[in-house]
Write a protein that binds this ligand. Structure first.
Ligand SMILES: [Zn+2]
Length: 342
């Protein structure tokens, strides 16, 4: 069989496929042809020649970078097999955010699957991760690739948030959530838990929430969390309400406009107590769009590849674990994927 690094090789621009002459998630500069796993800005950059991706990812890129974010685009549904210069390419759900996909490339009998970012637990805003059968080389992320990272059940964290809303009706519940993926997921989880009241969103979320709505993910009654009218009455209207905004917006004075704000933050990083403390978060919610340690190791066992490649994150621990299991494994040390979202 073909040597794997002849089909996909790590380069400073990202993973490159020589026979197909395309890159997977190129992060350094523009390339002629890119296959993109999902819309987070550390994977999906604008300015490439041809971009192949899931239609929802293309919609996300258009919302963020404008309609002309690439010279040409090709929308590919999950499971649809495309031929690029003799290399078969297809997408399989990654369960990370709307449109997120694992990218499988196959050539001369060698099948390699690149996960992009992924998680295994339920997310009401996107298709669930599916393991790709017959994968010879499994190329996994490892953002939370340390045994200390074990995320609690989502229901547990959502119950904490709902209890806070019920217990403190006089405060404004400000939830920090990454603007693509986490914010829409938090809104959807709240809706599923019966929170039908208006949810106020930061301007940075508006376009992306509209993309989710268009993709058939209902967001319910969303209203802008802006305050042209700074009167006391306008401010008071936010009391007891839920406001969702990118985490950075709560670092400055933005949140102080709301009456008695109670600041939460939904992120896998909230499992690191010092991080939660340092960020001044009153209500840390450990809700992640990445696989935790158990999800990573369970997935490697399930896919059971001939060899595991680890792209970024805590590569060494996952590689060491795999070797102790008697698996072939190597770290790729891809750079530039600083995770837009945890
Ligand atoms: Zn991502």
């Amino acid at each position: 069989m073909l040597r794997p690094d002849l089909l996909l090789q790590p380069t400073p621009k990202g993973l490159y496929c020589p026979p197909g002459d395309f890159y997977l998630d190129p992060v350094r500069g523009a390339v002629e042809r890119a296959v993109i796993s999902h819309g987070h800005s550390d994977h999906a950059r604008g300015g490439h020649g041809a971009v192949l991706s899931h239609p929802h990812t293309l919609a996300i890129m258009a919302a963020r970078y404008g309609e002309n974010f690439a010279k040409s685009t090709q929308a590919v549904e999950y499971g649809e097999v495309i031929d690029i210069n003799g290399v078969s390419v297809w997408l399989t759900p990654a369960g990370h955010i709307l449109g997120s996909a694992q990218i499988t490339v196959e050539y001369k009998g060698l099948r390699m699957t690149f996960t992009g970012d992924y998680k295994r637990r339920f997310d009401p805003t996107c298709a669930r991760f599916e393991p790709v059968d017959g994968t010879h080389i499994f190329i996994s992320e490892a953002t939370f690739g340390l045994p200390v990272f074990r995320h609690p059940p989502t229901e547990h964290e959502m119950a904490k948030l709902l209890r806070n809303i019920a217990d403190f009706p006089d405060r404004t519940h400000c939830v920090g959530a990454y603007s693509l993926g986490k914010a829409q997921r938090m809104i959807r989880h709240l809706r599923l838990a019966g929170h039908d009241a208006p949810i106020y969103i930061h301007g940075a979320l508006e376009k992306l929430c509209a993309v989710y709505e268009d993709a058939g993910v209902p967001m319910g009654d969303l209203r802008p969390a802006t305050m042209d009218d700074t009167s006391k009455a306008a401010r008071e209207a936010f009391r007891g309400q839920v406001v969702i905004a990118p985490p950075g917006s709560f670092e400055g004075t933005w949140a102080q406009r709301f009456p008695d704000p109670l600041i939460g933050f939904a992120s896998g990083w909230m499992s690191v107590r010092q991080r939660a403390k340092a960020s001044g978060v009153e209500l840390p919610l450990i809700i992640s769009d990445h696989a935790d340690w158990d999800e990573l190791t369970d997935t490697v066992r399930e896919v059971n590849p001939d060899e595991l490649w680890v792209t970024y994150g805590r590569e060494d621990a996952l590689v060491r674990w795999a070797m102790l299991e008697g698996r072939r494994a190597r770290p790729l040390r891809l750079v530039g994927y600083e995770e837009e979202a945890g």
